[in-house]
Design a protein around this ligand. Structure first.
Ligand SMILES: [Zn+2]
Ligand SMILES: [Zn+2]
Length: 307
């Protein structure tokens, strides 16, 4: 039935797991902590890498890496105008020099900025589509971005618009293949009814070593999954069956194109740690999403089925 499953599979890829956040602000834009404090905080919290992505400027991260921690240069550039007039927030990571575009310029073409970031060795992630009120047409108007933020801690904690999962499925349903990133967008913002936006979400990347080249190569190839809590431990494709193992969660979902897919939930407060799904035949893609009792989730990148 299925001719070919196309999956950037981090679970069987060689190497080890490295956990990191690709979106953080410092005192060089609207963050509260210095780049050095931010790097120290993430390293102390068990992260292996962190991208500093200040608004409209490249923060120098060269002094922030050590043998066990990698700082990635980056920038968040807000330009252009969506259908409802909001800016596209383009997260440029792994860039070698500052992107020559004016922050906040509604007349700037976001497609040009994506090109400029890639010319500088970087990759572009479309930031927080739900928070930005981006339509499918807005997202489809651009090409060349590696993926979208399917979860953004700061957007969730501030205005409950952190999850951009239907945005992801919209793009996937239309034949695009964006990768799914979970990031913090950390500013060290919090108050008495809002948790701190640092160290909440991450991607787990499979790579041979902790270096800028190795992490960026694996990110580019999609060898990671995203999370703000649970772990995805294995995904196996055997013929027309997908088998998943996770940490203890309350539901595991196989989210697929159209009305296909299936959700497996632990009933009456129980927990599950594995599930399997048999393809029905019409799936263009299937992605795995698991959620724990606290409402935290992990998201695999999509598996595509070509017939
Ligand atoms: Zn933003
Ligand atoms: Zn941001």
């Amino acid at each position: 039935m299925v001719t070919k499953a196309v999956f950037s599979d981090p679970f069987s890829a060689p190497g080890r797991w490295f956990r990191g956040n690709l979106h953080a602000h410092t005192t060089n834009s609207d963050g509260v902590l210095s780049a050095k404090q931010m790097a120290f905080l993430y390293e102390r919290s068990g992260y292996d890498f962190l991208a500093i992505t200040d608004h409209g400027r490249l923060t120098d991260v060269r002094e922030l890496s050590n043998s066990g921690f990698l700082a990635i240069p980056g920038e968040e550039i807000s330009v252009g105008a969506s259908e409802v007039g909001t800016a596209f927030h383009l997260l440029a990571v792994g860039i070698e020099e500052e992107v020559p575009a004016k922050e906040g310029d509604a007349g700037e073409d976001p497609q040009r900025v994506i090109g400029l970031a890639k010319d500088r060795g970087g990759e572009v992630i479309l930031g927080h589509p739900y928070w930005s009120a981006l339509s499918a047409r807005d997202m489809l108007s651009l090409e060349g971005y590696l993926g979208i933020e399917v979860y953004n801690t700061s957007c969730f904690f501030s205005i409950a618009k952190g999850h951009s999962l239907s945005h992801w499925d919209e793009l996937l349903a239309r034949g695009r293949r964006p990768l799914g990133f979970a990031t913090d967008d950390a500013h060290w913002h919090f108050n008495d009814h809002r948790p701190n936006d640092a160290c909440g979400a991450w991607i787990s990347v499979k790579a041979p070593e902790l270096s800028l080249d190795a992490i960026m190569k694996s990110v580019r190839e999609g060898l990671f999954y995203a999370s703000n809590g649970p772990e995805i431990r294995d995904v196996k494709i055997n013929g027309d069956e997908i088998q998943v193992e996770t940490s203890s969660v309350s539901a595991i979902s196989f989210v697929a194109s159209l009305d296909l897919g299936e959700r497996f939930a632990a009933v009456e407060g129980g927990a599950i740690a594995s599930a399997s799904y048999r393809l029905r035949g019409g799936e263009r893609y299937v992605r795995i999403e698991c959620t724990d009792s606290e409402g935290r989730s992990a998201w695999s990148n999509p598996i595509f089925f070509e017939r």
